[in-house]
Design a protein around this ligand. Structure first.
Ligand SMILES: *Cc1c(COP(=O)(O)O)cnc(C)c1O
Length: 335
């Protein structure tokens, strides 16, 4: 049995999801004629209490569209130095939006309202003009850490007072909501745009939806076209998302439980010195006495896959295709 914990993107569609995809009603979505894409966009927008959604091929695209809409040349985005938009989107902030970035520190990849307030550039011609604050929830490189509503509300208020846009990279927002039990609408109310991935914990093969108000999503559609992200009979893919929203959200708590169980086994490994606090489905282990490559090779020989995540860190992510059986096998093989 192969145990693939590199990412929650490695899942394959379940038979029931494939059925839903097969039987989707489709049309040409670039002409705005795919009813299933529209249904997914409206369903997600409705869940978050936002006006509209835009289905895109990836979370990188939904994030980069948001960055491009909310910044531009001589403007600046404030984000944590661990942010996906900064670290893992191939320099798109510069190459797509021509914008500058101000990076913040903060434990587990999270920023505070005080840090954000200090980072806003004043009315000074020497500095780029701050126009966007971007948060990530859950925070991937922070170990799947979760923001609470109470932590984000003051940041949202600050952005409104300061006339800054606020974007949420919610690639794993449902992991956060399942963890805290907070309502999606309370999150929708705080942000100008939210990216929601269906290809992560929700278990779909492809896709992410950008949420925002009607005017923003209309502009986003033009940017998506320029990025080459206009898709035709994309309803086959959107159908997977609709299915996942109905069947794969509550079960995320199982992924969280298995991540904790995995961490409690892993911490006894002689080459693991520490494990970051586990909040959701991500487990980051700090290594001692081996490099990440040596540790990954050692795991690979036992049929376990993970990824390097910094100079002495490796990451494991639990998901739909990591069952109790896999967890047992992991526990047996790991030592
Ligand atoms: C995976 C991920 C994305 C988007 O990734 P794609 O592979 O482009 O879909 C964005 N943000 C975070 C935090 C992610 O983990």
């Amino acid at each position: 049995m192969n145990i693939d914990l590199r990412s929650d993107t490695v899942t394959k569609p379940t038979p029931a999801m494939l059925d839903a995809m097969w039987s989707a009603k489709v049309g040409d979505d670039v002409f705005g004629e795919d009813p299933t894409v529209a249904e997914l966009e409206n369903k997600l927008a409705g869940l978050f209490g936002m006006e509209a959604g835009l289905f895109c091929p990836s979370g990188t695209m939904t994030n980069q569209i948001a960055v491009k809409l909310h910044t531009g040349p001589q403007k600046e985005v404030i984000c944590h130095k661990y942010s996906h938009i900064y670290l893992y989107e191939a320099g798109g902030i510069m190459s797509n939006a021509f914008a500058s970035v101000k990076l913040l520190d903060g434990e587990f990849g999270k920023v505070t309202v005080e840090d954000v307030a200090d980072a806003i550039n004043g009315d000074d011609i020497h500095a780029p003009e701050t126009s966007l604050v971007a948060l990530e929830n859950t925070m991937n490189k922070g170990g799947g850490s979760v923001y609470s509503l109470e932590e984000v509300r003051p940041i949202s208020e600050l952005c409104r007072e300061s006339k800054l846009k606020l974007h949420l990279d919610g690639a794993r927002i449902f992991n956060a909501l399942v963890k805290t039990g907070e309502p999606a609408k309370a999150w929708g109310a705080m942000f100008d745009t939210i990216s929601v991935c269906i290809s992560k914990g929700l278990g779909c093969p492809v896709g992410s939806v950008l949420l925002g108000d009607n005017e923003t999503i209309k502009r986003a559609k033009r940017v998506r076209k320029a990025f080459g992200g206009g898709m035709r009979q994309a309803g086959f893919l959107a159908a997977a998302g609709i299915y996942a929203l109905d069947h794969h959200v509550d079960r995320l708590k199982e992924d969280h439980q298995r991540a904790e169980a995995l961490a409690s086994v892993l911490k006894h490994h002689p080459n693991v010195s520490k494990i970051l606090p586990v909040s959701t489905n991500i487990v980051i282990a700090q290594l001692v006495g081996v490099t990440p490559k040596e540790m990954l090779d050692q795991l690979e020989r036992k049929g376990i896959k993970a990824v390097a995540f910094g100079k002495d860190l490796i990451r494991f992510v639990t998901h739909l295709d990591f069952t109790d059986e896999h967890l047992d096998a992991f526990s047996q093989r790991i030592m």
